[in-house]
Design a binder for this molecule. Sequence first.
Ligand code: NAI
Length: 219
Amino acid sequence: MAKGQNVSLSVIKRLPRYHRYLGELLKNSITRISSRELAELMNLTASQIRQDLNCFGGFGQQGYGYNVSALYSEIGGILGLEKHLTTILIGAGNLGRTIATHLEFETMGFKLVGAFDSNYQNIPPVRGLKVQSPDNLEKFCNENSPSIAILCIPKEGAKYISDRLIECGVKGFWNFSHFEFGINRSDIVVENVHLADSMMTLCYRVNELETEMELKSLE
Ligand code: NAI
């Protein structure tokens, strides 16, 4: 098996976190780090880090550790960030505008090339892009071949739009719409995002912590 093939999704999901931490190290002019130091920083174990990176060929040197800049580039390469996948935004309301305005698309490996909203006439440009009517989607996709769509529209309209986008060749969906699709399809990939799920997990953990503390105070 070639390195990097058949890597588990849980390893892939950790790569952006490695990339983020290494990027921060670089910003702080740290050029070299041991797996033990990186593990401490990331609250992982050194063996976990070695195991993860070994899936792609290792990158560390015995007695030296990791060259931060090289590892940052390698992980960026594995994630495909240098390809700057062309991306469009569907729904330029509160959420869509926030995402488009605040995310560092280029560093993350994306290039926002278009924004669409059914209320396009009343919406100012997003990240320098004029917001267009969804009626233009097919023509735009034909000319620009976007790979990714960020769906920031209500659930109700999402099926119709996503069907059209799939037909236009869009392969990846960053889906905030709460409409679940793409299950059992091998021609597209969908990352469903539900911020409230994270909040509810936090709620559970806070309740658990408070119960634990209450029990301790009774001991
Ligand atoms: P919003 O009302 O500010 O913006 C929605 C925008 O989508 C509006 O500008 C509207 O004109 C446009 N739109 C509606 N249907 C459309 C369609 N079929 N085609 C193109 N544009 C369309 O709402 P907000 O706050 O930006 O939220 C957007 C959606 O994202 C909501 O449905 C909300 O439930 C969901 N949401 C999801 C979150 C998550 O964690 N997954 C978090 C927050 C919101």
